[in-house]
Design a binder for this molecule. Structure first.
Ligand code: FHN
Length: 480
């Protein structure tokens, strides 16, 4: 069972990441702070936790200009082009009249995600521009009024669910199209009336999404940083309760709401707001200690900072090697890794992204056992790569093969005893050399990679150990 393995080393007196409670900064009475201290322990959350790899799709009318307006290159993230001074707002707000993505085939996207190894996906129902990819009753600015007409969110949810992939819906609180939306708190009476309308509109849309797409597993909020929204802590908290009551098990990250003191993600006591930490956008923690014992996800772009479709990617574009390495980095610290795709205005996933998905999928076909349902194992990080683990297995994913072909491993005093090691790819056994103990009485081992072994990809060595890492009693102690 994922996220429990560090317990193994509780046995060795080595508690790798501190319980969240220990990291709390203060004890301030809060009405709208975290609703629990520590992680959710229910089955739905456990399912989310075990995904390891996800797919993000940013799609909307911004895919039509694709980062260009009148042949001028927009240097920001393509989905933000409406905010560019060179972009006439009226022209942008009428783009939907030409949105007719003839090549859109949700089944094709879902198949590709499945082949990549994604266990869940996050889909932009509405980005900051306010355009809804579902036929919302509460605005005219929707897919129903485009030439395409059909409900895109439904097509996506159905197709991915058919492939056994969980769907989480991305929803932007910022809505540049809605009249009552504003980023600063309302000042005048008139402003307040309008903002109240916006709040009601937002609530209606969220209820509509949960009603129309009952199989979804979570809501992935964004654009919740405006002071106007932050100031509504009590109202937003109540809305969150309402959504959870409607949809038991719903998974919501830390970007939905702030506490009454305006603290986002972590409340004024340092406790995580809602179910997982959403601060790791295009970023990875240096160490497990940076995570406060929280569940978390890392959402990652393929180029530097493009989520929606941009015709011209400039700068460094990540390779499948980079993305697989980041995935291991995340999973080895109990996070989910989510790779973003930005289909074009016709609904095609660009060839570069298709290629990356295929390469990640090839790797996952052989090595996914080291990803799905695995957790942090609490061993000292070595230069060769990353540890993940579950049951009685520790997976060593090797990115940097040492020139002496020895994979070093240090097991704390009283920790697990290795029994055998083998390549995950072909089960060929490799020698475990007992390299004595260090001055702390920790056991040092070298796993010997045969000199003749070749691989042009990161490879996984499985280390079977004596104890089952999911020991029930230790799991109970581990809940943070
Ligand atoms: O502004 C958005 C951005 O366009 C993109 O959707 C990302 C995805 O995490 N979220 C916001 C920036 O944090």
């Amino acid at each position: 069972m994922k996220k429990t393995l560090f317990l193994l080393f509780v046995l060795a007196g080595l508690l790798i990441f501190p319980a969240n409670a220990q990291n709390r900064r203060a004890s301030i009475p809060l009405k709208h702070g975290a609703h629990r201290i520590g992680k959710r322990t229910d089955a739905e959350m456990q399912r989310w936790r075990e995904h390891g790899l996800g797919q993000f799709i940013h799609w909307g009318v911004y895919a039509i200009p694709g980062g260009f307006w009148e042949d001028k290159y927009y240097p920001g993230a393509a989905e933000w082009i409406r905010s560019w001074k060179e972009m006439p707002k009226d022209a942008y707000d009428n783009l939907y009249k030409g949105f007719n993505p003839k090549a859109f085939d949700a089944k094709r996207w879902a198949k590709q995600a499945k082949e990549m190894g994604a266990k869940y996906m996050i889909f932009t129902t509405k980005h900051h521009d306010g355009f809804c990819l579902w036929p919302s009753k509460y605005t005219d600015y929707t897919i129903a009024n485009s030439p395409y007409k059909k409900d895109i969110v439904k097509a996506v949810v159905d197709a991915y669910n058919k492939e056994g992939i969980d769907v989480h819906l991305y929803f932007s609180i910022i809505d540049w199209n809605y009249k009552g939306y504003r980023s600063a708190p309302p000042v005048t009476k008139e402003d307040s009336v309008l903002y109240d309308k916006f709040k009601e509109f937002t609530r209606n849309q969220l209820i509509e999404l949960l009603t129309n797409y009952p199989t979804i597993k979570g809501l992935w909020f964004d654009g919740s940083w405006d002071k106007a929204w932050i100031n509504e802590a009590a109202w937003v908290d109540e809305l969150g309760n309402e959504l959870r009551a409607m949809h038991p098990g719903l998974v919501i990250g830390s970007r939905f709401r702030a506490d009454e003191n305006g603290k986002r993600h972590y409340d004024s006591n340092g406790d995580l707001i809602d179910d997982y930490d959403q601060t790791w956008e295009r970023d990875l923690p240096n160490s497990i200690d940076d995570l406060n014992g929280s569940d978390w996800d890392c959402v990652m772009t393929v180029p530097q900072n493009q989520w929606g479709y941009h015709k011209e990617w400039r700068g460094y574009v990540k390779t499948s090697y980079d993305l697989i390495k980041m995935m291991l980095h995340a999973v080895s610290m109990n996070g989910n890794f989510v790779v973003n795709f930005g289909p074009d205005g016709q609904g095609n996933i660009r060839p570069e992204e298709t290629q990356l998905a295929a390469e990640i999928g090839e790797w996952m076909k052989i090595n996914s056992e080291a990803i799905y349902g695995t957790s942090h194992v609490g061993l000292k990080q070595q230069g060769w790569g990353y540890y993940t683990g579950k049951d009685n297995k520790i997976y060593l994913t090797v990115f940097n093969r040492p020139i002496n072909n020895m994979i070093n491993l240090e097991i704390p005093k009283g920790g697990v005893k290795p029994l055998k090691a083998y390549f995950l790819a072909n089960k060929e056994e490799v020698e475990i050399i007992d390299a004595a103990k260090n001055k702390h009485n920790n056991s040092l081992y070298n796993i010997a990679i045969p000199a003749g072994y070749t691989s042009d990809k990161p490879f996984v060595i499985v280390l079977e150990v004596e104890q089952n890492l999911n020991d029930k009693d230790t799991y109970q102690q581990a809940k943070t």
